[in-house]
Design a protein. Structure first.
Length: 414
């Protein structure tokens, strides 16, 4: 995979060389105008958003049909409420945090012994709580957050792809591959993937433009949503080290320490209630077996779960998907390293290390949604081999439908 490096594209024609520099008094005004223009949607952005809207409608239609075709009660004459169909699994943790907090005063608000809500960072629940006075239905509020955040994310992905692909239409291909990927439904439901990407992708775009302060501020928002925001920060720091050459840019380096503040504050908050600075990590260990194991131990355990016949077929299929996703991630790291795209290689490698050193693999297919180099790389690959593009879509679209039905019918984890 070879990515095409290009400067940030501009739709404006080049200025005539005979024109003189208007002088320092007008430069700040021109910079402000240029920044405002960047916020406007161009034709490529509108195409991406149109594609995004069509895929959202398709997912809603899939959820509607699933509610009617696969009710939990086989004798039911009416489907479950739509909120119960789309609001499942991890959504319940975010709902409980937003509604009751991490440590509710009423013990009845946290009756389940498996409720390890400290494992989830506060960014998404805080936004959900802030939106609740305006959107009273919790599930609708969560869907709205993901819908708006997803729109921001795909526009940013399209703009990043333009830096590596020769045509605007080719950049749209990267967005399409993301939106029809097998786990794309998690960008539409009340999960953190869309919100994280809405901060992470613009942060990376700002870093590519050497706007380090904006990149740091957006990465700070990303670290409130997921701990993997720190992996994004590592990629930004590597990019800074490799590209910052002017003395003025070096003065921006302290800004890149800002994204560490939300995880530190969250750890301090948990320490005040539990006496444990790493309470969020220990909650992950209790609830999802994320205690440290060597990579080969994690691979072996997941392989045994996938093919050892110790689990029922639906569970085994999910473990097989975990193995495939890990393999895709490892290939991506190698290809990015060969292309000397070190920041992106570091980002994906840190993701794989965090997810691949647990008791077994878990949530790696979902994590692929956050690997923007994967979708840009696939767009480059299929652009050079058009037949592979058709083959990829023929495989990916049915898988995305099957996994969406599994989620909406309550069979996601077996």
């Amino acid at each position: 995979m070879t990515l095409i490096d290009r400067d940030v594209p501009s739709t404006a024609p080049p200025a005539p060389t005979a024109l003189r520099d208007p002088g320092p008094s007008t430069r700040p005004r021109r910079l402000r105008l240029r920044r405002r223009l960047r916020l406007r949607l161009d034709a490529g952005d509108r195409d991406v958003l149109t594609l995004y809207l069509f895929t959202r409608v398709a997912l809603l239609l899939t959820a509607y049909c699933t509610a009617w075709l696969f009710p939990r009660d086989p004798e039911a004459h009416h489907p479950e409420p739509f909120g119960a169909v789309v609001g499942q699994w991890d959504w319940n943790h975010y709902l409980h945090i937003a509604r009751d907090g991490y440590f509710p005063d009423d013990p009845a608000a946290r009756p389940e012994p498996w409720d390890n809500r400290e494992a989830f960072f506060p960014g998404f629940p805080l936004l959900l709580r802030a939106l609740h006075p305006f959107v009273r239905d919790w599930t609708a509020a969560g869907l709205l957050i993901s819908f708006v955040a997803g729109a921001v994310a795909v526009v940013a992905l399209g703009r990043i792809a333009r830096l590596h692909l020769p045509q605007v239409a080719d950049a749209r291909r990267a967005v399409l591959l993301l939106l029809v990927s097998p786990c794309a439904l998690f960008l539409a439901v009340g999960y953190t993937e869309a919100l994280f990407l809405a901060f992470a992708l613009p942060a990376w775009l700002a870093a590519l433009r050497h706007d380090w302060r904006l990149a740091a501020l957006l990465a700070t928002c990303a670290t409130t949503v997921r701990v993997s925001g720190l992996f994004l920060v590592a990629a930004v720091v590597v990019h800074f080290v490799l590209t910052a050459r002017r003395r003025g840019e070096l003065r921006r380096l302290p800004w890149l320490a800002l994204p560490a503040l939300p995880p530190l504050l969250y750890s301090w908050y948990l320490y005040g209630h539990t006496g444990d600075l790493m309470a969020w990590k220990h909650a992950q260990e209790r609830g999802w077996y994320r205690e440290f194991h060597t990579p080969w131990e994690a691979w072996g355990t997941t392989w045994e779960a996938a093919f050892g016949r110790g689990y029922t077929a639906p569970y085994a299929l999910m473990w097989q998907a975990e193995l495939v996703a890990m393999g895709v991630g490892l290939v991506m790291v190698v290809l990015l390293a060969r292309a000397r795209r070190w920041p992106e290689a570091v980002y994906i490698a840190l993701n794989l290390w965090a997810l691949g050193t647990s008791y077994w693999y878990m949530s790696i297919p979902r994590a692929t949604l956050l690997w923007w180099p994967l979708w840009i790389g696939l767009a480059c690959w299929t652009l050079r081999r058009p037949r592979l593009s058709t083959g990829w879509l023929c495989l990916s679209v049915p898988l995305s439908v099957v996994l969406a039905v599994a989620f909406f019918s309550g069979r996601w984890a077996g």
